[in-house]
Design a protein around this ligand. Structure first.
Ligand SMILES: [Zn+2]
Length: 646
């Protein structure tokens, strides 16, 4: 299938008020901070031991493995984030450090190509015998992605060679002749193998990725068979009664109609399915992707672009089951959703996927990180009552404050790599066209019909709906611009050099401008007002409630701006939503105020728990801030879905 191309990060420069503070954090704070953590240099933070494990595996130092079975992946994700960051802004010192780490990784690799410090140090001889829990293929996938990103950023291919060594071993080990049934317990290597194939042209990596996908769900179930072997060694107690749905191995992938199991595993698998569908021109597989996408976003996704309703096994549950205060909604699952959606948009050229990608990026991915870049949410609730997030309840996984680091540290480095690669989400390219998916002030250089062209985008989005594009080229550049018109835009206008275009050409949600593009100014304008959104009544949790949005941004109430007991508030949806941009608030953001009322608590202090009296209300003003910024001031209650005055 003819896929739209991602423009290399090196060709994109982002200068955007909304995003810069976060992208800057990646470089200035998150990368050095996470490096210190990987090296156990910070006091009072859970030990990582990650680099130490590599030093022990490399026989530079003596000691025991410490950490979880997938500890290596923290380093891989850090490397990938650094690579993306270096592509956008070169930094020799940082690059030197990466080269040293790559040396170390090379030394930790076993002679036959195997690379995993847990098994090399702790369980030599047990490799690939517990695919259900072992995560060797998962870590391999992340290192392959890092290798490709670093190669694109610097042209250096040492890590590519290291990972080719491991990929070749994987291809031998899991060939039709050897282990012809096995596949990973946590999907990710399929994405890594595909990227490695793209860079090296080695078709066996592509074929292996496809084989892993096609084997999933074969009967008898591989993981259940594996557990029966006499020398099987369980790693995680909670998987003693393993539910095969958890790893999406309950059915062959083409027969799966609903999003099931662990949400991050699912998202990575769907992304790989999209890659393979495009590579093999496999329309049946692409249809399976569309079916799963539709189930997920139409019936199982939060308004904040997060997925995984249950804290138990971090999983999807049933259609319309979207509890607000006990959900998991892992930051990584939203990242996986964005990765999947971006691929689907590249393949189908349909903007609807970006309505979801945008929601995930602007809400859950950003909520995952504090504004100082030093603490993180793993779980992203839509309603929090801090006193009630205590152990041994259905809410023990919900944290009212961001955590500095986790024993299972998947989310922080995943956020870093996503922010550092944001440029890859903004534009796509074709031989004769540029596609604009997100409204982020930036400059991009690409070729259009062989002619070099620079496109500059300037906007105050998401606070304002005016997007100004300037094109620059030395010679006439005839080609097309496709500009995404988001689903929340009901009316818009396009001007080219000040002249309004009467045509409103739609191409699957993209406005198509086909013209000579040398030195033109194109302006897209649409109203950006706060709006009230309601949930399908089948979402029982949200019946009679509303959410406030502006563009892709969801707004929420916080106790610090309102009074405690936020669920006692009711919003008057007939009243105006008053928005005010405040430069001093949270580094500059909008606050939305609106009229409403609140049930009085007066008289209740001495009353019993229940009464037959009618409630008394008092008039109140409700104050809301963007969801991604919650939890950056005082610890307190937070609420997205507010009761509506009917
Ligand atoms: Zn995570």
């Amino acid at each position: 299938m003819n896929k739209l191309a991602i423009i290399p990060l090196k060709k994109i420069e982002i200068r955007d008020d909304f995003w810069d503070r976060y992208i800057g954090l990646v470089r200035k704070v998150i990368i050095p901070y996470q490096w210190d953590i990987l090296n156990d240099r910070l006091e009072g933070i859970e030990t990582s031991h990650c680099i130490q494990n590599f030093k022990i595996a490399a026989q530079r130092e003596k000691g025991e493995f410490y950490g979880v079975v997938f500890q290596d992946s923290d380093l891989a994700k850090w490397l990938e984030a650094v690579a993306f960051s270096l592509a956008a802004s070169p930094d020799q010192e940082l690059e030197d450090r990466v080269d040293e780490v790559i040396e170390l990784i090379g030394e930790a690799q076993e002679e036959d190509g195997y690379l995993n410090t847990y098994f090399s140090i702790k369980e030599p001889g047990k490799r690939f015998q517990n695919l259900m829990e072992g995560h060797e293929l998962y870590c391999a996938g992340h290192f392959m992605e890092a290798a490709v990103a670093y190669y694109h950023a610097t042209g250096k291919d040492k890590l590519i060679h290291i990972m080719k060594g491991f990929a070749d071993l994987i291809c031998r080990e899991f060939s039709a002749e050897n282990n012809s049934k096995g596949y990973p317990g946590h999907q990710e290597v399929e994405i890594g193998l595909y990227k490695l194939y793209e860079v090296t042209g080695e078709v066996r990596y592509l074929e292996q990725a496809k084989m892993f996908l096609d084997r999933r769900g074969e009967k008898p179930n591989y993981f259940l068979e594996e557990k029966k072997k006499p020398d099987f060694k369980q790693i995680f107690d909670e998987f003693k009664n393993y539910d095969i749905t958890y790893s999406q191995s309950h059915l062959p992938i083409r027969e799966q109609k609903t999003a099931e199991g662990h949400a991050v595993r699912a998202g990575y698998m769907y992304s790989a399915m999209a890659d393979i569908a495009a590579a093999y021109d496999d329309t049946e597989l692409l249809e399976a992707c569309e079916t799963l996408w539709n189930n997920m976003v139409d019936k199982r996704m939060y308004i904040t672009g997060s997925v995984g309703s249950s804290g138990i096994l971090e999983r999807f549950t049933t259609d319309y089951d979207l509890p607000n205060n006990s959900n998991y909604s892992e930051t990584c699952a939203s990242i996986a959703l964005a990765l999947f959606g971006r691929r689907m948009a590249q393949i189908t050229k349909n903007a609807k996927y970006y309505d979801v990608v945008e929601k995930a990026l602007y809400n859950t991915v950003l909520a995952g990180i504090a504004m100082d870049g030093r603490s993180f949410f793993y779980v992203n609730p839509l309603e929090v009552w801090p006193d009630n997030c205590i152990p041994r309840t259905s809410k023990e996984h919900v944290k009212p404050v961001r955590q500095s680091w986790f024993g299972v540290a998947c989310c922080p480095p995943n956020i870093a790599r996503t922010l550092a690669s944001l440029g890859e989400y903004i534009y796509f390219a074709e031989k004769d066209a540029i596609w604009i998916n997100l409204f982020i002030s930036s400059k991009v250089k690409t070729l259009m019909n062989g002619q070099e062209i620079e496109l500059e985008m300037n906007t105050k989005f998401p606070y304002d709906g005016k997007i100004v594009l300037h094109t620059r080229s030395k010679d006439p550049a005839v080609g097309k611009l496709y500009i995404r018109i988001p689903e929340y835009v009901k009316d818009y206008s396009i001007e080219v050099d000040g002249i309004v275009r009467e045509d409103k050409l739609f191409n699957n949600g993209y406005y198509e401008l086909n013209t000579e593009l040398m030195n033109k100014t194109i302006t897209l304008s649409f109203p950006m007002e706060p709006r009230i959104v309601r949930a399908n009544p089948l979402v029982k949790e949200d019946v009679g409630k509303v959410a406030v949005m502006k563009g892709p941004l969801v707004f929420c109430m916080e106790e610090v701006d309102n009074e405690s007991n936020l669920p006692a508030y009711f919003l008057d949806t007939n009243a105006e939503l008053k928005e005010q941009y405040d430069e001093s608030l949270l580094g500059g953001t909008s606050m939305i105020r609106c009229k409403g009322k609140k049930i009085r608590s007066r008289g209740w202090e001495t009353e019993s728990l229940y009464t037959e009296k009618r409630p008394e209300f008092e008039e109140k003003e409700l104050t809301l801030i963007p969801y991604p910024y919650w939890g950056n001031r005082k610890t307190g209650e937070m609420l997205v879905w507010i009761k509506e005055i009917l």
